[in-house]
Design a protein around this ligand. Structure first.
Ligand SMILES: Nc1ncnc2c1ncn2[C@@H]1O[C@H](COP(=O)(O)OP(=O)(O)OP(=O)(O)O)[C@@H](O)[C@H]1O
Length: 342
């Protein structure tokens, strides 16, 4: 489900440039397997330039899923000022997890997360214009660090354990979890866009809406005097908790989201039939879906999704990885992460 080429990609207007701040002691964490191995080649194309710009640059390759978090934590504990994530959204998500403690708070608020998108979908980067990696390096060198928000998800993982995981871009629940599950299991040699499109059509075909309670902000944790807790009981098709704007390799799902506005953009698609959902996809590629019947848009800093039935298996995905299922809560960590984006 993607229309990278068709979607307008408005570059974000950041603060006015001042004197360039050095990256300081920098560790690059490269996922050589991102974008089916293309990330390694992309990194090699810019490695020398980066080593000249940033003397002492320490480059580490990941060896398996989850390794980027470990490498990041080690580097930060060893005094790194900047961690440069080179891979896709999944790699950057793992690097971000290396910044945070068990409660999801940033342990290293003075350190900077720098990003070079070298993965498949690269949805986070789309807000800033994507471009070739050489162009991203030029932008990275000239960029000022800025403080942005990130999200924290608490959910049940596929083995039934409670988990906490940060996210930088978008978390979502419902049909999207089914789609991501299919896309990430697919070995088909297709471009990101086409792979998501196929996964979306398959995921939508088997999806059945499910009764879920959605609560925002103070509705969460309010003890009901009698009857139901505050919130909305809906027939959920899709729930989006957006810090960034794009997901699904180019779907412009939260066109108004800003990564530093101190709030999530929450999009809730409810009671939608499969036929209407498929028909609405074209609008999502253009960011024109917010006024569609059955789609609600809210801002919140905390969101909870709780299935009405204990047996319901409602998948969730975080930054493009299908990680578990409902119940889940999402909380914003406002202005808590220093980033530099190429
Ligand atoms: N050395 C490795 N070998 C195999 N898998 C790895 C390795 N390092 C990281 N991974 C896993 O690779 C997966 C995909 O990485 P990532 O999301 O960065 O790339 P992508 O899927 O190509 O890009 P995008 O998410 O932007 O579409 C992640 O789940 C990550 O855990």
């Amino acid at each position: 489900m993607t229309a990278a080429a068709a979607s307008p990609s408005p570059p974000e207007s950041g603060p006015k440039p001042g004197p360039i701040e050095a990256l300081g002691k920098t560790t690059a964490i490269i996922n050589p397997m991102a974008s089916s191995g293309a990330a390694k080649k992309r990194w090699e194309q810019v490695r020398e330039v980066l080593e000249i710009q940033f003397p002492g640059l320490d480059a580490r390759y990941t060896e398996e899923p989850g390794h980027a978090s470990e490498l990041c934590r080690e580097a930060l504990e060893g005094g790194a000022d900047t961690i440069l994530s080179v891979g896709g959204d999944g790699t950057t998500n793992e690097v971000l997890a290396g910044f945070v403690d068990q409660n999801g708070n940033n342990r290293f608020p003075r350190a900077t997360l720098a990003i070079l998108a070298a993965g498949t979908g690269g949805d986070f980067q789309r807000m800033f214009g994507r471009g070739r990696i050489q162009r991203q390096v030029e932008r990275l060198v000239a960029a000022q660090p800025r403080l942005i928000d990130y999200g924290l998800a608490r959910y049940t993982d596929v083995d039934g354990r409670l988990r906490t995981r940060p996210f930088l871009n978008v978390a979502s629940v419902g049909v999207s979890g089914e789609v991501v599950r299919r896309v990430n299991q697919s070995n088909a040699q297709l471009g990101a866009t086409f792979k998501y499109l196929v996964g979306t059509l398959k995921g939508v075909r088997i999806w059945r809406n499910v009764q879920v309670m959605i609560q925002h902000d103070d509705e969460i944790d309010t003890v009901p005097v009698d009857g139901e807790p505050p919130g909305r009981r809906v027939d959920l098709t899709l729930g989006i908790v957006g810090n960034g704007q794009y997901f699904g390799a180019g779907m412009w799902v939260c066109p108004d989201a800003k990564i530093d506005d101190g709030q999530f953009d929450c999009i809730e698609v409810t009671g939608m039939s499969r036929t209407k959902l498929t028909a609405t996809l074209a609008k999502v590629f253009r960011g024109k879906h917010l006024r569609t019947k059955g789609i609600a848009h809210h801002h919140a800093t905390r969101v909870a999704f709780t299935p009405i039935s204990d047996d319901a298996d409602v998948p969730i995905e975080i930054d493009g990885e299908q990680v578990g299922r409902l119940p889940a809560r999402f909380e914003l960590k406002a202005g808590a992460l220093r980033v530099r984006i190429g």
